[in-house]
Write a protein that binds this ligand. Structure first.
Ligand code: A3P
Length: 290
């Protein structure tokens, strides 16, 4: 079954929500990149907001010490959803953008190794379950109450951002075109401090031990959940149904086991897990294996 046109449209083989337009997406090819720009690229539900918050904490002292109160969406705008693009030019350097774009739709200069990209992946069963819950909460996504139907759509790539495998495979197999750091959600979960250090090294940013401690403390699930900016609590009502969930939901590894049946897991493995074997990533499916 095709996704409803009330929610998604296809542009160059990739599903977008109606908050953007083909004309705007066309314009991104020529988007003016600064060498200092940083792009967080992800498939949805892989840890985007988490990485956005980590970068805000690393880069902006005022975010870290609480002297500035800026919404995450203003601090790190969404590249392909032209909500506030008039303000892009005025963002302080380094500018940071978030994107779910596949590798082949990003601005040309990014593909010429200008600017930095941080690409975060997460095991796709947890991605899918997170996505399922998120669809209930975000008004611009179609709510699919039956998990079985949602899973079939996910496996067929008939959801916003299309196929998980194509997204991840595309970015990994074109890594050489980019100045890119790959991270996984699970490694961030296992050792947040090391992940923050990896990001600092990639950015060439030196933090003191105290600053580092402060970033790590404020980027834990529990502390981010308490922070309305980090939890995206100030989204407009036409975007999120707050009584139906929150951005920071469970934040664990292996939550898929609480939703997927044995049969669904077998079906998933048959369709996707086999194809994943060619990916150069070792996925962690269970918190006990970390
Ligand atoms: P769950 O729905 O499994 O809880 P994205 O930002 O790409 O949409 O990803 C959202 C997922 O990242 C959600 O997963 C959310 O809880 C999780 N997440 C966000 N911040 C986190 C943190 N500090 N630690 C662990 N998980 C986090």
């Amino acid at each position: 079954m095709e996704p409803s046109k009330d929610y998604l449209f296809k542009y160059k083989g990739f599903y977008f929500s109606l908050e953007t337009s083909p004309e705007y997406l066309d314009s991104l090819e020529d988007f003016e990149i600064k060498d200092s720009d940083i792009f967080i690229a992800t498939y949805p539900k892989s840890g985007t907001v988490w990485t956005q918050n980590i970068l805000s904490l690393i880069i902006h002292e005022g975010h870290r010490n609480g002297t500035e109160n800026m919404e995450t969406l203003d601090r790190i705008p969404w590249l392909e959803y032209n909500i506030k693009n008039a303000a892009y030019a005025n963002l302080p350097s380094p500018r940071v953008f978030a994107t779910h774009l596949p590798y082949y739709l990003v601005p040309r200069d990014l593909r010429n190794k200008r600017a930095r990209v941080i690409y975060v992946t997460r095991n796709p069963k947890d991605v899918m379950v997170s996505y399922y819950h998120f669809s209930k909460f975000i008004c611009t996504l179609e709510e699919v109450p039956d998990f079985n139907i949602f899973m079939e759509r996910f496996l067929a790539g008939k959801v916003l951002a299309s196929s998980w495998l194509d997204h991840v495979e595309g970015w990994y197999s074109h890594a050489e075109d980019f100045n890119i750091l790959f991270l996984t959600y699970e490694e961030m979960k296992k050792d947040l401090r090391s992940a923050v250090l990896k990001i600092c090294n990639f950015l060439g940013k030196k933090l003191s031990e105290e600053e580092l401690d402060s970033v790590v403390r404020q980027a834990t699930f529990e502390n981010m959940r308490k922070d309305p900016r980090a939890n995206y609590e100030n989204l407009p009502e036409n975007l999120a149904e707050k009584n139906k969930g929150s951005f920071l939901r469970k934040g664990t590894v292996g939550d898929w086991k609480n939703t997927m049946t044995v049969a669904q897991n077998e079906r998933f493995d048959k369709v996707l897990t086999e194809k994943m074997k060619t990916l150069p990533i070792k996925f962690t499916w269970d918190i006990n294996n970390m």
